[in-house]
Design a protein around this ligand. Structure first.
Ligand SMILES: [Zn+2]
Length: 281
């Protein structure tokens, strides 16, 4: 869901070097906001931000360009931030902020424009407006529409989605909901409790893990319980019964967005859950 107060990974948390941007100041609120892409298929996450920054500096920029970057999982990363020359949109940088999507949204890669990315971009725009950085909560256009700029940025695939992103920003709900795809970070699994009650597990839209056990005697479902155990960033879940003494306990395996794998199982009294074990291959 798009929000005006999204979680933004700070420069310190993604490992920016230098920590504070040396970019010059511009007057806010700016009339314009241009949408960019990194035109890089493989660089994502905090390590991607570090690589992109390092590449920008090796090309003579004082810092990675852009005000903020948004990854395909919807996570927003602070780049130069608010009220700073973004160095992203030639000839327009004193009158604009710049949001950059992390990916390559035209041939040969045609990275998919995920709903998470669209929500993340919408959240970045709402946040910039709420912080007084831009005059309107509106994407002025793709980089290639900016006066005096000759570029394919931000790629045909993402350009085509700007009206949908703007609808999300406007609170119009964006495109119709689509069923989750196999690699979407909302996964569902089921198992059977020792007392034969069915149990359902889900990775929530907040990337935490939840479960619910059907009431005894078929009486409906109580609310979701948090099974995250202090972790976040769940991607997929599977669950099954495993033999235990004269009964069974449930064991849960998860993969995380960072590629790690963990499992945990019910305690011996079948009333709680043991700690996560790292089973990363
Ligand atoms: Zn661009």
């Amino acid at each position: 869901m798009a929000t005006a107060s999204p979680r933004i990974v700070s420069r310190g948390d993604w490992g920016a070097n230098p920590l504070n941007t040396p970019a010059g100041n511009i007057a806010i609120p700016t009339p314009n906001l241009w949408l960019h892409h990194t035109a890089n298929h493989s660089l994502h996450g905090a390590s991607g931000m570090r690589s992109l920054q390092s590449y920008a500096r090796s090309n003579g920029y004082v810092d990675l360009e852009y005000s903020v970057c948004v990854d395909t999982d919807g996570q927003i990363y602070m780049s130069r931030g608010i009220g700073k020359d973004s160095a992203a949109t030639g000839g327009n940088n004193s009158t604009s902020h710049a949001v950059c999507a992390m990916g390559y949204f035209h041939p040969p890669y045609n990275d998919p424009v995920t709903s998470a990315l669209m929500d993340g971009i919408a959240s970045a725009v709402l946040w910039l407006k709420a912080q007084g950085a831009i005059q309107q909560a509106r994407i002025t256009g793709p980089h290639r529409a900016a006066p005096g700029n000759s570029t394919a940025c931000c790629g045909d695939g993402l350009v085509a989605k700007i009206p949908d992103i703007q609808r999300i920003i406007d609170g119009g709900g964006g495109p119709a909901p689509q069923p989750p795809e196999e690699d979407d970070p909302m996964d569902l699994a089921s198992a059977t409790n020792h007392d034969a009650r069915p149990v359902v597990f889900q990775v929530g839209g907040d990337a935490k893990l939840y479960y619910r056990i059907r009431n005894a005697s078929g009486g409906g479902w109580p609310t979701w319980k948090d099974l995250s155990g202090g972790k976040t960033g769940f991607a997929t879940v599977t669950a099954f019964q495993t033999p235990f003494k004269n009964t069974t306990k449930i064991e849960v395996w998860v993969t995380m967005k960072d590629g790690k794998t963990f499992n945990r199982w019910q305690t011996d009294d079948l009333a709680g859950w043991e700690a996560w074990q790292d089973k990363t291959r």
